[in-house]
Structure formats: structure tokens, C-alpha cells
Design a protein around this ligand. Structure first.
Ligand SMILES: *Cc1c(COP(=O)(O)O)cnc(C)c1O
Length: 462
């Protein structure tokens, strides 16, 4: 008799009904494609990619229930029934009474910043996100990072690296004066820290501190169900609570929130601005007409809102999130078997490969993470993205490269899209590149755009 394994395998809580064929390519084909794309994975044609781990944004597979809803789009200019259904679900799952739909998360960030940010005021948060910070700064505010120090250390295994350092935050308020703060925001799990969650204990401390000083607290709820999942499995007292209960409890501490529906809600497009502050709501409802469209569609088709409403119902299923985060964890554990250097703990949405350790013979001037992302693509057609010196850009004052501590390749998992076999292929390819790492030479930048250069920069092989 064979022995049963100690830990039983798990499998995804869905099966495949429709398939999207992907092109199988050869190494010479990919060498040519990579060269044509200037060794920048953002410039590859999606058609030439075998397994696409560039981002989890809008790349999700919708369910049959969501697709069925797409046929029920009420495309009236005003008062679409899909809008009212979505609003009911926003109340139910986020516990916020007021809601304005937007075409993406950044459109909600734009409006929140315009409404709440006073010129020259301070807006602290648990690390920055690219679009969040951009809109705060465009509105004349100043972002300050108040995340705990552990978040900046890739090897630190703190279970809640998304927490705010409450002492740091209070010291900042005392130094600058509470009236100079527009609001504080929290995101969870924190994307730029590697998908790291905050705890409810930390949230409660932040909330009571801010109540004392009369400063509002806002939530970037883009991946909040993943944060709720980590609270359920890591925080004492929440083991028996459902994701739905934890999510509502999280939201109860916030004055309002914004969401990129392209993540948690498992749709391809959409955003949410929701709040319990009636005055902010009224301003947003008025402003959305200027930038997005009428407040009952906000830049979306009725069918998109229906898919979002149904996505809200599916996103809180424990088995769904467990399978999603389980895929990320599986990938991390397989990479460990080959001793590939990665960031800890594994994030909710992605695994980050440490390119500095992977290619120690390359200085940051030779763009190790950019090089590694392109080598992985050439080896197998797997597409990841650079998060290192190219993404960090140049210092505005000196014109020199910013050299970030973290030089990473991000492998991000779209929801319900790939199987464990795809992950095995990904892992084996990275292990192959690791075996051949000494032969890898690095890149030279030959074209550099002025803004957000990582999207369009071009390179040549050395
Ligand atoms: C994607 C994202 C956004 C921006 O949303 P878009 O829908 O891409 O405009 C904001 N915050 C976080 C944490 C995100 O991941």
C-alpha cells in the first residue's frame, strides 16, 4: 500500500468551460520578438507571450455567472438597473451607503484627491502606489510614507508588513499640526511592498489615533478581500469569521474608499468610489459628470456594472481567494526548491524575484531586473515585469538614476486564468535561467522616455 501524503493537495474551485488558445513559439522566434521590443516586456505583443504574468489588472477570467450578466446590460443613459444593483452590492460588501461608479481605480483617486486634498497639505499612507501618489501630488498635496520599517526589507517575514507605524504617524501629526493633514490612507495588501497586508489590530490603532486628531481615514480597497483573507488565517480572533464579515469590519473604520475593480472584482474594467460622508459623496456625484459620465454609469457600460455587481458577490468566496493566493504560494514554494532568491512573505497577488541576488555580477547600471525579465521571456515565453532601477526613474534634481534597494522581477497572477501546469513551466524556466545566470551580460538603455520610463524604454543586449 502506498502512503497518503501528509498534506492533501487542493484544486481550484472551478472548471474550464471556454478556452482561449495561446501561441506556442520557439526560442529563435522569441529572441527576435524580444529584440524588436527593445528587451522591454511592456513592448511585447500579447500574441507572442505564452504565459502572461505582467499584471493582475483587468486580466481576470470572468465566471459564467458574470458573462450571463453581461447580456442583461441596461444601456440607458440615466438610471440603469445595473447601476442600482451594483449600488446595493457596494452597500452590502463594503458597508458604504454612498457610491459613484468610475471607469477605473485612478479615476476615483483623481476625484478623491480633487475633493479632499488641500494645497500643501500632508497625506500619509502605508507606502505609495504609482497612480495614488500621482493624483495626490497633482492636487497639490504631499505624500509621506508611514509604513513600518519591516516593509522595506525583502527577507523580513513579519506577517503584516502593510501595517502603519503608529508612533511615526503620531509624531508627524504633532510636528506638522493636525489641520495640515487632508486625510490618511491605507491600502491592503500593499502592492509596492510585495502584496503585504495590514492587521485589524493596527487598523484599530490608526483609526483611534486619527479620531483623536479629527483626521479622516480612507481605504484603497482594490485588493481588500486578499487582506481580509490574510487576517482570517494570520490574526487571532478572526479564524472563524467569514471574508464577508472581515471585509465589512475593515471598511467600518474608514470614511470612504476607492477600488480598482480590475483586481478583486474579477472584471476587465471598472472602478468604485464609496463613502459614508454625504458631503464628499455629493461633490463626487457632481464631479463625475465632468470627468467620467453621468453618476449612474461613470464611464462604464451597463453590462460592465452588472459584471462588477456579480464580481462583488464572487470575490468574498473563501475558496476562490484561497485558490488564488494558493497559486501564488505554490509558485513561491516551487521556486524555493531551486533556491531562487525571492521576497518574503509571499504576497497576495505576486511573487517577486530578487534580481540583485539572482545576477550578483551585474551592477544596477546594467539593469539586472530588466535583463532577467527579458531572459525569462526568451527562455519560455513567460512575461513578468521589472520593478527596479528602470521603474524608479531619475532624480528630478540631479538627473541621475535613482538606485532603489529592491531590484525585482514581479510575476503577477491573473485570477482564474492559469493552471498549476502553467506555474510549473514558469518555475522550470526561471530555474533554467538561474542555471545559466553566469552567461547573462546585462543591457544598455538606448531610448528613454521622459515620464514613467519603464513602460516604453528600449534596450540593447551587451
Ligand atoms: C491598479 C491599482 C490602482 C489603480 O487602478 P486602475 O484601475 O489601474 O486605474 C490603485 N491602487 C492600487 C493598489 C492598484 O493596484
Amino acid at each position: 500500500m502506498s502512503k497518503l501524503p501528509k498534506q492533501k493537495s487542493w484544486a481550484e474551485p472551478y472548471k474550464i468551460k471556454m478556452v482561449e488558445p495561446i501561441k506556442m513559439t520557439t526560442r529563435p522566434y522569441r529572441e527576435k520578438a524580444a529584440k524588436e521590443a527593445g528587451y522591454n516586456t511592456f513592448l511585447l505583443k500579447s500574441e507572442d507571450v505564452y504565459i502572461d504574468l505582467l499584471t493582475d489588472s483587468g486580466t481576470n477570467a470572468m465566471s459564467d455567472y458574470q458573462w450571463a450578466g453581461m447580456m442583461l446590460g441596461d444601456e440607458a443613459y440615466a438610471g440603469s438597473k445595473n447601476f442600482y444593483y451594483l449600488w446595493d452590492n457596494v452597500k452590502k460588501y463594503y458597508g458604504m451607503p454612498y457610491f459613484v461608479p468610475t471607469h477605473q481605480g485612478r479615476a476615483a483617486e483623481h476625484m478623491i484627491s480633487k475633493i479632499l486634498v488641500k494645497p500643501d497639505s500632508i497625506i500619509p499612507g502605508n507606502m505609495y502606489f504609482t497612480t495614488t501618489r500621482e493624483h495626490i501630488e497633482l492636487a497639490g498635496g504631499k505624500f509621506v510614507d508611514v509604513i513600518i520599517d519591516e516593509a522595506h526589507d525583502p527577507q523580513n517575514t513579519h506577517p503584516f508588513k502593510g501595517n502603519i507605524n503608529v508612533n511615526k504617524l503620531e509624531a508627524l501629526i504633532k510636528k506638522e499640526g493636525a489641520k495640515n493633514f487632508s486625510y490618511v490612507f491605507m491600502a491592503g495588501p500593499v502592492n509596492m511592498a510585495g502584496g503585504q497586508p495590514f492587521s485589524l489590530k493596527n487598523l484599530k490603532e490608526v483609526s483611534s489615533l486619527l479620531k483623536k486628531y479629527g483626521i479622516p481615514l480612507w481605504l484603497d480597497a482594490t485588493r481588500a478581500t486578499e487582506n481580509a483573507y490574510f487576517i482570517k488565517i494570520r490574526e487571532k480572533g478572526y479564524e472563524k469569521k467569514s471574508i464577508e464579515q472581515i471585509l465589512v469590519e475593515i471598511c467600518s473604520y474608514f470614511d470612504g474608499l476607492w477600488v480598482s475593480a480590475k483586481k478583486d472584482l474579477m472584471v476587465n474594467i471598472g472602478g468604485i468610489l464609496a463613502t459614508r460622508n454625504k458631503k464628499v459623496y455629493e461633490e463626487a456625484r457632481n464631479m463625475v459628470v465632468v470627468y467620467e459620465g453621468l453618476h449612474t454609469y461613470g464611464g462604464l457600460a451597463g453590462r460592465d456594472m452588472e459584471a462588477m455587481a456579480r464580481g462583488l458577490e464572487e470575490m468574498v468566496h473563501f475558496d476562490n481567494i484561497k485558490a488564488r493566493i494558493g497559486q501564488v504560494e505554490y509558485c513561491g514554494k516551487q521556486l524555493e526548491k531551486y533556491n531562487i532568491p525571492i521576497v518574503y512573505p509571499f504576497g497576495g497577488h505576486a511573487i517577486f524575484v530578487d534580481a540583485k541576488k539572482f545576477l550578483p555580477h551585474l551592477s544596477q547600471d546594467l539593469f539586472p531586473a530588466q535583463t532577467l525579465a527579458s531572459e525569462i521571456y526568451i527562455d519560455s515565453g513567460v512575461r513578468g515585469m521589472e520593478r527596479g532601477v528602470v521603474s524608479a526613474g531619475r532624480d528630478h534634481a540631479t538627473g541621475k538614476h535613482r538606485y532603489p534597494k529592491l531590484e525585482l522581477v514581479r510575476l503577477t497572477f491573473p485570477r482564474r486564468v492559469y493552471t498549476q501546469a502553467h506555474i510549473d513551466v514558469t518555475v522550470e524556466s526561471i530555474a533554467q535561467v538561474y542555471d545559466d545566470r553566469k552567461k547573462i551580460k546585462g543591457l544598455k538603455m538606448v531610448y528613454e522616455p521622459k515620464h514613467l520610463r519603464f513602460f516604453q524604454a528600449r534596450f540593447k543586449k551587451l
